[in-house]
Ligand binder design. Structure first.
Ligand code: GLN
Length: 535
């Protein structure tokens, strides 16, 4: 039988439960354990696919095309856990399933209730992952904050787990905040109250992770321990890390969190420090890198850092590969739209990246950025929408197709160089209906892309509805645009490149989702290299 760790959060949101869960998973993997991670999002949406990035941050896409919470991205960057739609659970999915079963008559004669039907469904979904052959420990992160109405059924299911699998197989970890007040004092009261709230639900946490600006001293730990019934050695400091999120596993390792977890779960340690040592070296050499590189991100959801989380992280991974720290310069595409001269904006950066996005707002600014990069021989990386923008700009300014556009932004455009495929035109529902998930592409011989991937067939993840219109393909090629990758049947364009340019590549897929600090995606590594002038 598998073992289970529930991670809950208290006091307020955004304390970094996802990073904590991912970091703990990383340390357990360092003990040669086979770990799984599940994220529970208590909202009623079936998945994150239809949510605005400002509401939710980035939508992370798995190989099997699930549109999930961005914490799965953290899991992917820190660990080797396989991730699919099974690793993301929402209230919407649970109720959808139960209502479907009720309509099929599967509960005939009974009243369908939160306990036991909803909680059973939640537990079943968790155990489907955790009881799989060879899985040692499953970490379940329950989104939101204890006390939220939406998370009650999930916490109740977590509470019941002890009954189902036994106390020796369950650990509850609670992440709370220990704020600093104006005189610099750290206050434990919010933590005490938050644990009380958890106790009311029937969950006694085994381990506390205390978010604070600085490490907690022993006196504070003793106090927290006294009020919460959590033993002192199980009260840990999750203090602010100075440079990068990749330091979090290191500060946990220093405090030996994995030791306590393994003891509580009755697992004999097979600890090897090798993995964590390698991670440490990687992080330290990034922090102390002597070079740095400024990358301009021209996007439209920039006020919220989480909106482009995987892209920002993948750029950092590219920096790690090149021994250079990456400075992100966020450029609001709307703000540059009507600027007469944008050179002052772009002279400050060594490369431009235009990320994915939806809707017309800010598009013209992105097109300006693409034009600037192409005509100033500045490295340019277009991802999904960023590639479509590259094609629109090329059509307008090289092919002289004035007003060329995507039908996403201008339905009646005279030159729809980006448009919907016929099968997409008839789809009315927006949820889960895009081209989603992992699929293969063929790379054209002799292209830059070929030199970067060093193989003819690649697999990348997709999340888009619009495509380069095939009736413009020949004229784009004749005008010098390189189509450097296509779908295997050659029907759809997957990547384009500028000829006679230091580095101008656009990809219809999302390489950022599979990049890790220790295995940087080659496109990001190469792009950063080009920005440093190495290519
Ligand atoms: N809006 C574009 C499309 O649907 C691009 C999507 C994206 O960038 N993820 O095709």
């Amino acid at each position: 039988m598998g073992k289970y760790i529930f991670v809950t959060g208290g006091v307020c949101s955004s304390l970094g439960k996802g990073l904590a869960a991912a970091s703990i998973a990383k340390l357990l993997e360092g003990n040669l354990l086979n770990i799984r991670l599940i994220k529970i999002d208590p909202y009623i949406n079936v998945d994150a696919g239809t949510m605005n990035p400002y509401q939710h941050g980035e939508v992370y896409v798995t190989d099997d095309g699930a549109e999930t919470d961005l914490d799965l991205g953290n899991y992917a960057r820190f660990t080797n856990c396989p991730l699919s739609r099974d690793n993301s659970i929402t209230t919407g999915q649970i109720y959808q399933e139960i209502i479907k079963k009720e309509r099929e008559g599967r509960f005939l004669g009974r009243t369908v209730q939160v306990i036991p039907h909803i909680t059973d469904e939640i537990k079943q979904r968790i155990r489907r992952v955790g009881d799989e052959d060879g899985v040692d420990v499953t970490i379940i992160e329950i989104g939101g904050t204890v006390g939220d109405i939406e998370s009650v059924p999930f916490l109740e299911a977590a509470r019941q787990f002890i009954h189902d699998v036994g106390k020796a197989n369950v650990v509850y970890i609670h992440l709370t905040l220990v704020p600093t007040v104006s005189n610099g004092e750290l206050k434990t009261k919010p933590t005490q109250h938050s644990v009380k709230e958890l106790l009311e639900i029937g969950i006694q946490p085994d381990i506390l992770l205390c978010r604070a600006e600085e490490p907690l001293n022993d006196k504070l730990k003793q106090k927290i321990s006294l009020f919460t019934n959590v033993s002192e050695e199980a009260v840990f400091s999750a203090y602010n890390v100075p440079s990068t999120i990749y330091e979090v596993p290191l500060i946990f390792a220093q405090q030996k969190i994995d030791r306590i977890i393994l003891t509580k779960l009755n697992i004999t340690s097979k600890a090897t420090n090798k993995k964590i040592k390698q991670w440490q070296n990687l992080v330290h050499s990034y922090i102390s890198a002597s070079k740095s590189v400024k990358i301009g991100i021209v996007g439209k959801y920039l006020e919220l850092h989480d909106s482009y989380k995987s892209i920002f992280e993948a750029l950092v991974h590219g920096g790690m590969k090149n021994n250079a720290r990456v400075e992100l310069v966020k450029i609001d595409s709307e703000a540059i739209e009507n600027k007469k001269d944008i050179s002052d904006v772009f002279e400050k950066v060594q490369g431009i990246l235009v990320p994915g996005g939806f809707g017309q707002r800010g598009i013209e600014g992105m097109i300006c950025a693409s034009h600037y990069a192409r005509t100033h021989n500045l490295p340019y990386f277009g991802i999904c929408l960023g590639m479509q923008v590259m094609v629109i700009e090329y059509a307008r300014n090289v092919l002289a197709l004035f007003g060329a556009n995507s039908t996403e932004f201008e339905q009646q455009t005279t030159h729809p160089v980006i448009s919907l495929l016929e099968e997409q035109q008839n789809i009315k529902a927006l949820g889960g209906s895009m081209r989603l998930g992992r699929s293969p592409s063929f790379i054209q011989n002799g292209s830059k892309l070929n030199a970067i991937y060093k193989k003819p067939k690649i697999y990348e993840r997709h999340r888009h509805r619009y495509e380069v219109a095939n009736n413009y393909r020949d004229s784009l090629i004749a005008a010098g645009l390189i189509i450097s990758a296509t779908t295997v049947n050659r029907e759809l364009v997957e990547a384009v490149e500028w000829d006679n340019h230091c580095w101008g590549i656009g990809v219809q897929f999302h390489p950022e989702f599979i990049s890790k600090p220790d295995i940087p995606h080659p496109l990001f590594a190469h792009f950063i290299g080009a920005c440093l002038g190495n290519v």
